[in-house]
Structures are given as C-alpha cells and as structure tokens.
Design a protein around this ligand. Structure first.
Ligand code: PDD
Length: 285
C-alpha cells in the first residue's frame, strides 16, 4: 500500500517529492483533510470536502477542482491501495515559489498531495471491544483559528506529546476561561445524567466531521438529549462519561483524566447507545 498522488500524477510514495521552497513546508501555509474509508466505502466524503473547501477559501487558495475530481481522487487511491481500512489524507498548500516571502505570491500553483494510511477497523458497539483512552489536560496553547484544518500543527503535536509523556493517549484542552475546547487531535463530549454535551463550535475548535455525524444521528434518533454549549472543566471532572471523537477513532470512551477515573472508570451505557447509532449510520454521510 504505497501509491500516492502528487500534482496530477500517481506514483509510489517514495517518489513523491516537493521542493523545500513549498509554502506548506516553509510556513505551514496549507490545509489538510483525513477521510476514513472501510472496504472501499467512504465515511462523510461530502462534509469532509465542504470543510476542506471552507478552509481553502478562508486562506485564499483556489484549486479549481470540482467535487467529482476530489471524489475520483479518493476512489482511485482506494483502488490503487487495496480497499482495506484506509484514511485518505489530502493536503493542499499554496504552492512552491522561488523565494521565501511571507506575502502571498501573485502567481503560484497550489501543491496537491494525497496518500492513504491504514486505520483500525471501524469500531464496533461492544463495551468489551472498545478501545479506551486515558488523557491528560492542558491549557490550550494553539492559535485562534483552530476552525481551519491547517497543517500548522505544532501546538497540537506538543499537546499530544505531553499526554504521551504522562503515560496517556491524548490531551484534553481548555481555554483561558477554564472551558473545554477539544483534544489535540479529536473533539470532546461529556455525558451527565443521560444528556450528551459538547462544546459549541467557534474559532477555538475544529468542526469535526465525526462530531457533526454523531450529533446528527443522536438528534435523528431523538432518545438521548444532546446539547451544544459551553462546558467547564469542573463539569468534565464530574461527568459520568467522557468521549473523544475523530475520523479514525469514531467515538472513543475516556476512562481516566489526569489519572482520576471518569465516572465509575468503565465504558458507559450512553457510549454504547451512541456508538450503536453511529455504526448503523456511518455510511449514510
Ligand atoms: N484529527 N480536532 C482536532 C484538533 C483534530 O485534529 C481532529 C481530527 C478532530 C476531529 O475531526 P474529524 O472528526 O473530522 O476527524 C478534532 C485528524 C484525524 C488528524 O489530524 O489526523
């Protein structure tokens, strides 16, 4: 599994080369997307594409690509790489320019790069099989446009690494008001007294596609109340359940925060209900 796409050509990933003057490399001047797929079926292609196009527009990059071109690229990569459990990574930088200057160059062609990587099989709604997470917490040090899925991920990388060095697998982040934002590579949810609660979207959080699908399936089902609102870190500490969500993990139960068990320290019933709904509907998006 190693066929990548770069600027119009498919090739073994080792042969995919870009200039060190590419603005994605020099400035992190690029956006990316990760679309999950299982046995050749994409999850959330349209919302992923919409978010990517929104990011491109926000930073003034125009590829001129149609929805069909992006879909064909994803499907071709799946075909070339064997339709297993694949994350399809798409990255568009402003392009390579002859000199290093902060201002946008007048004439530059965006660099378009894509490849696949293996992801875990789609999670199943079974408490005994759930991959559980222990997490750290930290004051969110990232920039103020976290809604753009930018490759400028140093803040995310440092936060993630902090969790690892503390013996955990992720880091939950909070802002200057002690309010939950998200995690370094996931969105975050809490459950209290049977209600699912997640922070409202703003510039401090990535509008996660897994988050969007989860909220939608819960609302359509209508049995479990769901609220989007400010979530304080005190509420996180007192939650019955905490979850983190991302394209490659779907809904992952958090069983300890800073070494303190969440609720009873076990995977919760509401997680089971939510993952059951998500599993039944993932290919409808
Ligand atoms: N991470 N928040 C952040 C900071 C993220 O990096 C991600 C995804 C999410 C969840 O978004 P989604 O549900 O659309 O995957 C939230 C990806 C997978 C990554 O960087 O690899």
């Amino acid at each position: 599994m190693n066929t990548a796409y770069l600027n119009g050509k498919y090739m073994p990933i080792e042969q995919a080369k870009i200039s060190p003057l590419d603005r994605g490399f020099l400035f992190g001047d690029s956006v990316y997307e990760v679309v999950p797929s299982y046995a050749g079926k994409l999850v959330g292609f349209m919302p992923h594409l919409q978010r990517m196009n929104g990011g491109l527009e926000a930073i003034g990059i125009s590829t001129g690509w149609s929805e069909k071109q992006w879909l064909d690229l994803c499907l071709k990569l799946i075909q070339e790489n064997g339709a297993g459990n694949l994350g399809i990574y798409l990255q568009i930088s402003r392009g390579t320019y002859e000199s290093r200057a902060h201002r946008f160059p007048d004439k530059v062609t965006p660099t378009i790069f894509a490849f696949c990587f293996e992801i875990a099989a789609a999670p199943v709604a079974d408490k005994t099989l759930a991959k559980t997470y222990k997490v750290s917490t930290a004051r969110d040090i990232r920039w103020d446009r976290r809604d753009i899925k930018s490759t400028s991920l140093l803040g995310n990388v440092l936060h993630y690494q902090q969790g690892i060095e503390q013996g955990n697998q992720e880091t939950l982040l909070y802002n200057e008001h002690n309010e939950l934002t998200e995690a370094s590579s996931c969105n975050a949810f809490i459950v209290k007294n049977g209600t699912v609660i997640t922070p409202l979207l703003d510039h401090q959080k990535l509008p996660g596609i897994t988050r969007q699908i989860l909220i939608d399936v819960l609302r359509n089902d209508g049995k479990i109340p769901i609220e989007e609102r400010v979530v304080s870190m005190e509420e996180v500490a007192e939650a019955d359940e905490v979850w983190i969500t991302s394209s490659s993990r779907e809904i992952a139960p958090v069983i300890a925060i800073d070494s303190v068990p969440v609720g009873n320290g076990q995977v919760g019933d509401i997680w089971l209900a939510a993952q059951t709904l998500f599993s039944a509907n993932r290919f409808n998006y």
